[in-house]
Design a protein around this ligand. Structure first.
Ligand code: ZN
Length: 205
């Protein structure tokens, strides 16, 4: 996957270069058809793709290993088919489980509906924070909640951000790199670097 991502990254970069230099090349070589239309939206989308491929290239080192270094223990709560199925019953079951199985106050939690990640969040006050998500409209489909226990607050923001990169939750609002934890997450730092470098090479006329 990493190797393919690097190939795609380079291919995207070459295509951008061909587009951006077409005006210059047309001065020395006859050209059929109009020059490519360069606009900010096109550049923004291309840079986002470059960021995604760069992230895939460093996925194992930055995301998988980065997460592993930042939590002590992972525990999972699963919805039981016997017992209550309503949101209140689920919330109560989750609270009881949390009380008995989670020791740390600082945790990152991940809500799953089957194999799809619904939400990634963090808490510094134990179960009272993840509890509130059981009232959300998407909570009805939740089948499992993973809780990552963190040693202290220091790594919490970075662990949460890495979990978002890894699991791509469908219901987190702050998803763009700019809104994440600048300076703390190495994946966000990589994405920022790709954007800055690309912006330096490819400018709009
Ligand atoms: Zn990040």
């Amino acid at each position: 996957m990493t190797k393919h991502a690097a190939v795609r990254f380079e291919r995207l970069l070459r295509r951008l270069f061909t587009h951006w230099s077409a005006g210059l090349v047309s001065l020395v070589r006859a050209r059929r058809g109009p020059l490519p239309n360069l606009h900010s939206q096109k550049l923004r989308r291309a840079i986002e793709k470059l960021q995604d491929e760069a992230e895939k290239c460093r996925f194992r080192t930055l995301v998988i290993n980065g997460m592993r270094d930042r939590y002590e223990r992972r525990v999972s709560w699963r919805v039981r088919t016997n017992g209550g199925r309503g949101p209140l019953a689920r919330r109560t079951a989750f609270m009881e489980w949390y009380e008995n199985h989670v020791g740390a106050r600082n945790c990152v939690y991940v809500f799953w509906a089957g194999r799809r990640c619904r939400y990634v969040g963090r808490t510094t006050v134990g179960r009272s924070r993840p509890k509130t998500h059981f009232e959300k409209h998407w909570a009805a489909g939740v089948t499992r909640v993973d809780v990552y226990e963190c040693r202290g607050r220091r790594d919490l923001a970075a662990l949460e951000c890495l979990a978002m990169h890894r699991f791509q939750p469908s219901h987190n609002r702050a998803r763009s790199a700019q809104q994440r934890y600048l300076g703390k997450c190495r994946v966000c730092a990589l994405r920022r670097r790709v954007r800055l470098e690309a912006r330096r090479i490819f400018r709009l006329r």
